[in-house]
Design a protein around this ligand. Structure first.
Ligand SMILES: NC(=O)c1ccc[n+]([C@@H]2O[C@H](COP(=O)([O-])OP(=O)(O)OC[C@H]3O[C@@H](n4cnc5c(N)ncnc54)[C@H](OP(=O)(O)O)[C@@H]3O)[C@@H](O)[C@H]2O)c1
Length: 399
């Protein structure tokens, strides 16, 4: 057996998700049965200071020779990096991903990919021009759970799927949680609001079940009707999207989806799933349900008309109990030794580099762009507009 290929990562930004991702990245891939690649972190950059980047590298347990940079520009100039993970707020993705691409770096960019479709298109054009890998980091699509759900659809086990409902709503009071209006959830300067932060996952479930599962040459952009409620800052606090996915008659004809997100209502009020599933994928022979949280789901239920009821739990792998290792995001701390699940997308990016592919397998750039086009239309209908400096495709712009 040939030795595993090492992929050398640079981490751009040192916030919450950068920490979670990088800790997962440094988990031995063998703990999830992957032996053809290994990941290493060769550098991290913070826009605030090199000290901050140094502290980050220490906190995540990066190799001691990893470099700490005090600017993103210095990071992308580092010749030893194969791929950069962009983990800034979505308002900054366009500028930061473009910085990487211009410097000849492959990019894995956090969701939401960009603020609008024009920016997504410009990044895709640049990546093609430079023959670089570019992928939106929609980690959930690479979970074994998501693969199982899509297999249920493509194998015909559910019959033609006619309807999907997906909800990512977390009960919070924006006035209490974000009183100064500066947080990403409510701040238009950071492309804030429920839609790009949470709603993108509800859309992910609709798209990965009704779009990605169709033959590639038959996928069409869905039409959308929107109800949106704006918070006083101008960001959206509740958005409901009704989508129609065009589909050939022989495959079941048009399918409907409802994607929901809200700040003041919870899809899982008691945190135990008592209120029911957060995603329902409904076909002629039955349905598969996915339980909250749909960005990191661990539970599914298959209910078929023939009497089948199949509950499954999907724990994330990792170094295991007794390892003393823990990961999580914010106040969501996983069991000792259990990964967060962000390594699956990292493995996919690494495999793409090894194989010479330029985009992700379970969400190609064409689909990322179609989703941003739908988001543009949702925002147009809801009257959600961000400041010009973060909507622009001009580059470089100082944010
Ligand atoms: N996949 C997931 O599960 C998941 C979960 C949460 C968030 N996200 C996405 O990841 C991105 C970052 O979210 P996060 O929760 O990590 O945010 P965060 O904790 O606020 O971190 C963002 C980092 O970006 C850098 N940054 C640069 N300019 C900034 C600015 N003007 N304001 C704030 N930060 C700035 C900062 O790092 P430096 O000071 O080091 O430059 C900051 O620490 C967002 O796009 C979000 O949607 C994904």
């Amino acid at each position: 057996m040939s030795s595993p290929k090492t992929i050398r990562w640079g981490i751009l930004a040192t916030g919450g998700i950068a920490q979670t991702f990088t800790k997962d990245l440094l988990c031995d891939p063998k703990t999830r049965g992957v032996d053809s690649i290994v990941h290493t972190v060769v550098a991290a950059a913070s826009s605030s200071s090199a000290d901050r980047a140094q502290q980050f590298l220490k906190d995540v347990g990066a190799p001691s020779d990893a470099k700490a940079y005090g600017s993103y520009q210095d990071l992308v100039n580092d010749e030893s990096i194969d791929i950069v993970y962009v983990a800034t707020p979505h308002s900054h993705h366009y500028q930061n991903a473009m910085l990487c691409l211009e410097a000849g770096k492959n990019v894995l960019c956090e969701k939401a990919f960009t603020v609008n479709a024009a920016q997504a298109k410009a990044l895709i054009k640049k990546a093609k021009e430079k023959d670089l890998f570019l992928m939106e980091a929609v980690w959930t699509r690479y979970f074994p759970l998501s693969i199982y759900v899509r297999d249920l659809i493509t194998s015909g086990r559910l019959g033609p799927v006619h309807r999907v409902t997906a909800d990512l709503s977390m009960s919070m009071s924006p006035e209490t949680s974000f009183p100064d209006g500066k947080h990403r959830m409510v701040n238009p300067e950071l492309a804030g609001g429920a839609l790009l932060d949470l709603g993108i996952y509800a859309l992910t479930w609709c798209f990965q079940t009704l779009y990605l599962t169709q033959p590639e040459n038959e996928r069409r952009r869905p039409s959308v009707q929107t109800a949106m409620k704006l918070y006083p800052t101008g960001a959206d606090e509740m958005t409901t999207m009704l989508l129609t996915f065009p589909r050939r008659k022989e495959l079941g004809g048009d399918a409907h989806a409802v994607a929901m997100t809200a700040m003041r209502a919870a899809v899982d009020p008691d945190g135990k799933g008592t209120a029911g599933p957060a995603v329902r994928i409904q076909g002629e022979k039955g349905e598969v349900q996915v339980f909250h949280p749909i960005f990191r789901p661990t539970k599914t239920r298959l209910v078929l008309q023939d009497g089948t009821v199949e509950d499954k739990t999907w724990k994330q792998p990792g170094p295991g109990q007794g390892s003393g290792w823990k990961n999580g995001f914010q106040d969501m701390v996983n069991e000792e030794g259990e990964g967060h699940g962000m390594f699956w997308e990292a493995d996919e990016a690494a495999m793409a580099l090894v194989e010479g592919r330029k985009e992700g397998k379970f969400e190609g750039l064409e689909e990322s762009l179609v989703i941003m086009e739908v988001v543009d239309e949702v925002r147009r209908q809801g009257g959600l507009r961000y400041p010009d400096k973060i909507e622009t495709t001009d580059y470089p712009v100082d944010l």
